[in-house]
Design a protein around this ligand. Structure first.
Ligand code: HPA
Length: 274
């Protein structure tokens, strides 16, 4: 079965009980999990209920699609992200983005936890993603292209909407939140990077490093969605002053950033055109 047919089956399952049109899709990555509590939920589906959705074999609560209203807008939230390092193909990782598009979503908001490569960044900062570098060694668009889903060679001159970047900067200023901006580089993981790799990534122009987001953004651009992306800077990846990564500390910093990011995203949604 082709991708388009799989998307149609997933949409049909959702349309069995949900008939509204979500304008904005939100992938609740690290730093945005709390946002779901701000949604006036009308419908929710566990990923396991939707045909072709990626599901986790280890955790049956691993993902949920939530529909409802946030800041007055009709939204679809993907609570639960799948990473390439868990063993999912990038086609599986990005399937929810295809379904979002087919349901009527026009703009996608994504977030992640990332290590800061820019020496001006501190753990606890929030970064607006203005561009990305794909070092995953893979691309979700590899394989036959379906022209109905998007072009064979999608343009990547502005993967992150300039208009949404400007909106987020305006919102952050109003809220008095320091918002860094920069380039996000995606690595496959799950091992963290070496000093030599951090030095390399800084040299090629990256400001923050993580293990997600870029596949979803590539598919969103392919599908013609506008994208707004944020990185929660959870640790500092400076090759000449590197401390051993402390995953618990990284999670604690991500949790500390969450209210700041949630407030910015909620205000951005209020002011977004679609
Ligand atoms: N690499 C380094 N530090 C990080 C990452 C990563 O992928 N994610 C969060 N902090």
């Amino acid at each position: 079965m082709g991708l388009k047919e799989q998307v149609r089956e997933a949409v049909d399952a959702i349309r069995g009980s949900y008939s509204d049109t979500p304008n904005i899709g939100i992938e609740l990555g690290t730093g945005l999990g709390m946002l779901v509590e701000h949604i006036q939920v009308t419908h929710r589906f566990s990923y396991a209920e939707i045909p072709h959705f990626p599901t986790s074999t280890v955790d049956s609560h691993a993902g949920e699609l939530v529909f409802g209203t946030l800041s007055g807008k009709s939204v679809m939230a993907m609570a639960g992200r799948f990473h390439a390092y868990e063993g999912y193909s990038l086609q599986q990782v990005t399937f929810p983005i295809r379904v979002a598009k087919a349901l009527g979503v026009k703009s996608l908001i994504v977030s992640n936890a990332a290590g800061g490569l820019n020496p001006q960044f501190a753990a606890g900062d929030l970064m607006l993603i203005t561009d990305h570098i794909n070092l995953m060694g893979d691309n979700p668009l590899i394989g036959p292209n379906d022209d109905e889903l998007g072009p064979r060679y999608p343009d990547m001159s502005e993967p992150y909407s300039k208009q949404l970047v400007e909106l987020a900067e305006k919102v952050a200023l109003t809220q008095g939140v320091r918002l860094q901006r920069g380039v996000y580089v995606a690595c496959p993981g799950p091992s963290l990077e070496t000093r030599a790799e951090y030095r390399f990534m800084r040299t090629i122009g990256a400001d923050a490093v993580g293990m997600s987001t870029v596949p979803e953004v590539i598919v969103a651009v392919h599908a013609g969605l506008k994208v707004l992306g944020f990185s929660a800077i959870t640790d500092e990846c400076l090759p000449d002053a590197l401390k051993a990564a402390d995953i618990e500390a990284i999670i604690a910093v991500a949790n500390r950033i969450e209210p700041k990011l949630t407030a910015i995203v909620a205000a951005c949604i209020e002011q977004m055109e679609t």
